[in-house]
Write a protein that binds this ligand. Structure first.
Ligand code: UDX
Length: 447
């Protein structure tokens, strides 16, 4: 990891405005900056109002309006909303590029969910590189949806796609969740990533070769795609836990660190559903009772918007509830036994990179596919089964915790997770696959 002294190239980085998309791209951007590249990281002005931005090193943070702060008189559909936001952001990004000609950018790196950024960049003579923030498996499924080799709504009960295991309907990305309001919105986002991919100058993906070997090879045989993950591990050693420096949520205090310090090795169940997913009230109650039933210590992230879904007067003797935490630091803690997760891709990468087994409780989109890989392909976790009433029950939760913490499968799950921990670290260390891909990109960009 060399720190160059001369800035040779200027790169604009445009993340998709959600925590789970900002984190991996920001970590990558920081690594580029540490290699001597000038990086301007662009977030929306609307997001900047609520984001807590701490030390981003030598990266410059800049702001562009996407018009989402404007009051719209007529009620609009989600489609119309996205169209409007895209039009405003594109125009403002074009102006931004124009106005920074004093220090012209050479390349725009953008979240692949916003393929139109490539058009804005190339129209102004800049290079463009999409960054895929989801897994290789999910991205290749999106490509098959675009090609029509996989139909949506899904038609067959089991699907066979190149370089992927047989997937049941429930393992495929769950595009119809109410959060997306319309399954078409999610479908368009996923499929849209491939509409102009052949024009991209570089393509990055936040995964590592040894985790998704077959599907990454399959993708690389079609596009010049380069694995650069897990990007959160790319931090300098002394900056290891401070990668999430643009936070849309706040850890009110860090007393959970002391709480963890006082727990025994491998004794705590960590529970988090990331930054968007929100289980319903009934499910939250079952989770609360299941956690108590397991008799394990637990640290549970319940965002302030979900607090009132907890059972009344919930004050568990062995549990600690926090509104937000430094997840990477928590996962690295010796007290961790396992992670009960909604299976967002960042959470999966972070868990396997610290050798923490998982209990999966996917909610929607890519999470169902990620859960399938955790359980059946990598063997690093067990899945909570939904009961006949459509929700998960406390007994099932307690039973899954028992299996992973000291139960029959616990040793095997831990062994597999520790194997991926080793492979993830090897990928980003000097000479590793992700590190080499980054080095190669940096040399080409600077030449
Ligand atoms: C979103 C989508 O919902 C998910 O399906 C997709 O895979 C990525 O984008 P999100 O739901 O927020 O992400 O989940 P995840 O991918 O796990 O990202 C959450 C991020 O927030 C992680 O980097 C995690 O470390 C961080 N986090 C979470 C914290 O720092 N503190 C917390 O308390 C909880």
């Amino acid at each position: 990891m060399g720190v160059a002294t001369i800035t040779k190239s200027h790169v604009l980085v445009v993340p998709f405005p959600a925590q789970g998309h900002i984190n991996p791209v920001l970590a990558f951007a920081k690594r580029l900056a540490s290699e001597g590249i000038k990086v301007t990281f662009i977030i929306t002005t609307n997001m900047s109002k609520s984001a807590k931005i701490s030390d981003c090193g030598s990266i410059t943070i800049d702001y562009i309006s996407d018009g989402s702060e404007e009051q719209v008189k007529e009620p609009e559909t989600i489609e119309a909303y996205h169209k409007r936001i895209k039009a405003v952001f594109s125009a403002n990004l074009a102006d931004f590029i124009q106005s920074s000609l004093g220090s012209p950018a050479k390349l725009v790196i953008y979240d692949s969910l916003m393929p139109w950024v490539l058009d804005v960049a190339q129209e102004r003579g800049l290079l463009g590189a999409p960054f895929f923030t989801l897994s290789g498996a999910v991205n290749s499924i999106s490509y098959h949806l675009k090609q029509g080799s996989l139909k949506f709504p899904y038609e067959d009960s089991a699907v066979s796609l190149p370089a992927l295991p047989t997937l049941q309907i429930n393992d495929l990305p769950h595009l119809s969740h109410p959060f997306m309001r319309s399954s078409l919105t999610a479908l368009k986002l996923y499929v849209g990533q491939f509409l102009n991919l052949e024009r991209a100058d570089w393509i990055f993906i936040n995964t590592f070769d040894m985790l998704e070997k077959e599907v990454v090879e399959w993708m690389a045989s079609r596009w010049p795609i380069k694995t650069v993950g897990p990007t959160f591990l790319l931090q300098q050693k002394d900056d290891k836990f401070s990668n999430h420096t643009i936070n849309l949520f706040e850890a009110k205090h860090d007393s959970y660190k002391e709480w963890l310090d006082s727990r025994e090795i491998g004794s705590v169940v960590y529970v988090s559903f990331g930054s968007i997913a929100s289980p319903g009230k009934e499910e939250m109650e079952e989770m609360a009772l299941g956690l108590i039933k397991s008799n394990c210590y637990f640290l549970w992230v319940v965002r302030s918007s979900e607090m009132d879904m907890l059972p009344e007067n919930f004050n568990p003797e062995k549990g600690l509830i926090v509104e937000w935490c430094n997840q990477v630091e928590v996962l690295a803690h010796r007290a961790l036994a396992c992670f009960m997760s909604h299976c967002g891709w960042n959470s999966i990468l972070e868990a396997v990179s610290y050798g923490v087994p998982l209990i999966t409780m996917p909610q929607w989109t890519d999470q169902t596919t990620n859960a399938k890989f955790v359980e059946d392909v990598w063997g690093v976790g067990v899945g909570i089964r939904v009961g006949q009433n459509g929700i998960i029950g406390r007994e099932e939760i307690a039973m899954c915790i028992e299996q992973v913490v000291g139960g029959e499968r616990s040793i095997e799950l831990k062994r597999n997770a520790c194997n991926f921990k080793k492979l993830a670290n090897e990928a980003v260390e000097y000479g590793g696959t992700s590190a080499n891909n980054i080095q190669d990109f940096v040399s080409k960009l600077m030449s």
